[in-house]
Write a protein that binds this ligand. Structure first.
Ligand code: 5AD
Ligand code: SF4
Length: 444
C-alpha cells in the first residue's frame, strides 16, 4: 500500500507520437501505483503535463494550461502537479519555469520520465518540490507498464534521440543523441502486441527511424529490422515514422515493395522545395535527390500514400524559394501535408540567422500552401477509382469500412463482415463528393 493508492490522475499530452507514447508509459506507471485515470484535470489528485517545445505555440499552450491550474492548487494543497518532457529539458526556454511555475510540485525532463514512480514516492515522504533535469537517460526508457490509448495501432520505440542537427530544430538538444533499442526487445514487444494483444498496426517510432541500428553492438540496418519483424507470425502491418530522406536507401524501398506486412504509406519530410534553403537547414539532401527517392518509391509501390512536413518562412526564404515548395507539392501530390510556420527556437543556429521572415508573410505563405494542398488532395481522390487496396476492415456506425494504409476510408455497403478488424483487399467502385465506396476483392 502506498499513499497514491485509490487517488485519481489526469494526463495532458502535447506534441508528437513520441510524446503520446511516453504518456502511455506514464499512464502505466501511475496505474501500477494503484491510481485511477480520469478526464478532468480540475478533479484529479495528480495532474501530469507531458510537454513539447518544437514550436513556440506548443510551449504557450502547455504553459497557459498549467497556469490555469494555479488557482486549483491554491485551493487544494494536496493536489500534485507534474511537468515533464521537452519543455523543461530546454536550456533556454521561453518561460523561466523554475520561477514562474514554482507551484508545480515535480518538474523533470525527457531523460527521467521512467523514474516517475520513484519521484512520486519521494514526494509523498518529504513534500519537497522536485526539479530534476538530467542530461543523459536514467536507466532504461522502456517499460512493460505501458498502457496504450488505442486497441488497433500500437506505438513501439525503436530509436531515441537525433544526431542530425537541422538548424531550425530543438529536438537534438532536448532528446540527446541517437540510441537504438536492442533488436530482441523490439521483437518481443511487437510479437506480444500482435500475438497476445490483438494489435493490427505496429507503428515504429523514432526521430529518425532509418538511422536504426548503427550504434548497436551487433549493427542492424532499418531495412533488416523491418524484414526481421515481418517474420513474426500474425495478421498485422508495420508503419514507421519519421524517416529522413538522407538515410532513406534503396534497401528500405525494396522491403516496402516486397514485404506484405509493411504498410504502403510513407511520411518523408521534405521541409522545403528549394535546395539553397535545404542547405541552410542542414538537411543533407537537395530537391533533386529528394525527388529521386519519391520517384523510386512511387515506381516500387504504385499506390503508396505519401505525406510530408513543410516549414514555411525559414530565415532567408524568398518568394521564389517558397514558390519552389509549391511546385514540389504539385509534382509529388502528397496525400497529406503538415505545414508549419518557422518558429525561432533559442539555442538553435537558425534563431541567430539575420534574415528572419516577417510573421505576417509566413502566415500568408502557409495559408497559400494549405489552400493549394487542399485542391491537390481533392483531385487525388480520382486516382483511387478501380484501384485495389489492402485495407483493415472495421465497422463504423453499422457500416463496413476498409481503412487503407494511408488512413483513407472506403465504404463497403451491404457487406457483412465476419469478425472485427482483419485485412482484406477492397476495390474502389464509386467516388461521390470525394467519398469512396467499394467491394471486397478477395482476401489477403
Ligand atoms: N519551426 C517550425 N517547424 C518546425 N519543425 C521542427 N522545428 C521547427 C521549427 N523551429 C517541424 C518540422 C518537423 C516537424 C516535426 O516539425 O517540419 O519535421
Ligand atoms: Fe529535428 Fe532534423 Fe532531427 Fe528531425 S532530423 S528531429 S527535424 S534535427
Amino acid at each position: 500500500m502506498n499513499s497514491y493508492e485509490g487517488k485519481t490522475f489526469n494526463i495532458n499530452t502535447y506534441g508528437c507520437q513520441m510524446n503520446v507514447h511516453e504518456s502511455e508509459k506514464i499512464r502505466g506507471i501511475l496505474l501500477s501505483l494503484g491510481m485511477e485515470e480520469i478526464d478532468n484535470p480540475i478533479d484529479a489528485n495528480v495532474v501530469v503535463f507531458n510537454t513539447c517545445c518544437i514550436r513556440e505555440g506548443a510551449e504557450d499552450r502547455a504553459y497557459n494550461n498549467i497556469m490555469a491550474l494555479k488557482p486549483e492548487k491554491a485551493k487544494d494543497k494536496n493536489k500534485i502537479l507534474i511537468l515533464c518532457g521537452c519543455m523543461p529539458q530546454q536550456k533556454k526556454g521561453k518561460y523561466n519555469l523554475k520561477d514562474k511555475l514554482s507551484f508545480v510540485d515535480i518538474i523533470i525532463g525527457t531523460h527521467n520520465i521512467n523514474m516517475l514512480a520513484q519521484y512520486l514516492l519521494r514526494f509523498a515522504m518529504n513534500h519537497q518540490p522536485i526539479y530534476e533535469i538530467v542530461e543523459k537517460p536514467t536507466g532504461n526508457m522502456d517499460t512493460d507498464l505501458c498502457v496504450r490509448d488505442d486497441k488497433i495501432n500500437a506505438y513501439v520505440n525503436i530509436i531515441y534521440g537525433c544526431n542530425k542537427f537541422c538548424t531550425y530544430c530543438i529536438v537534438p538538444y532536448v532528446r540527446g543523441r541517437e540510441k537504438s533499442r536492442p533488436f530482441h526487445d523490439i521483437y518481443e514487444e511487437v510479437k506480444d502486441l500482435v500475438q497476445n494483444k490483438g494489435y493490427k498496426f505496429i507503428t515504429l517510432l523514432g526521430q529518425n527511424v532509418n538511422s536504426y541500428g548503427k550504434d548497436l553492438s551487433e549493427p542492424m540496418t532499418f531495412a533488416e529490422l523491418l524484414q526481421n519483424l515481418c517474420k513474426i507470425e500474425g495478421d498485422f502491418k508495420i508503419k514507421f515514422m519519421t524517416s529522413h530522406p538522407m538515410d532513406f536507401g534503396d534497401d528500405i524501398i525494396k522491403v516496402m515493395k516486397t514485404e506484405e506486412k509493411v504498410a504502403k504509406a510513407l511520411h518523408l519530410p521534405v521541409q522545403s522545395g528549394s535546395s539553397p534553403i535545404l542547405k541552410r537547414m542542414n538537411r543533407h539532401y537537395d530537391v533533386k535527390q529528394y525527388m529521386s527517392i519519391i520517384k523510386k518509391v512511387k515506381h516500387a509501390v504504385p499506390n503508396i500514400s505519401l505525406s510530408t512536413d513543410i516549414i514555411v518562412g525559414f530565415p532567408g526564404e524568398t518568394e521564389s524559394d517558397f514558390n519552389k515548395t509549391l511546385k514540389l507539392l504539385k509534382k509529388v501530390k502528397y496525400d497529406q501535408v503538415f505545414a508549419f510556420m518557422y518558429s525561432k527556437r533559442s539555442g538553435t543556429p537558425a534563431a541567430e540567422f539575420e534574415d528572419q521572415v516577417d510573421e505576417k508573410e509566413k502566415n500568408i505563405r502557409v495559408n497559400k500552401l494549405l489552400r493549394l494542398q487542399k485542391i491537390i488532395q481533392k483531385d487525388q481522390t480520382k486516382k483511387y477509382f478501380k484501384k485495389v487496396f489492402n485495407c483493415l476492415i472495421k465497422q463504423i456506425n453499422g457500416v463496413s469500412v476498409g481503412i487503407t494504409d494511408g488512413g483513407k476510408e472506403i465504404y463497403i455497403p451491404n457487406y457483412k463482415f465476419v469478425n472485427e478488424n482483419y485485412f482484406a483487399n477492397v476495390r474502389v467502385e464509386d467516388i461521390r463528393n470525394h467519398k469512396l465506396s467499394g467491394v471486397i476483392y478477395g482476401k489477403r
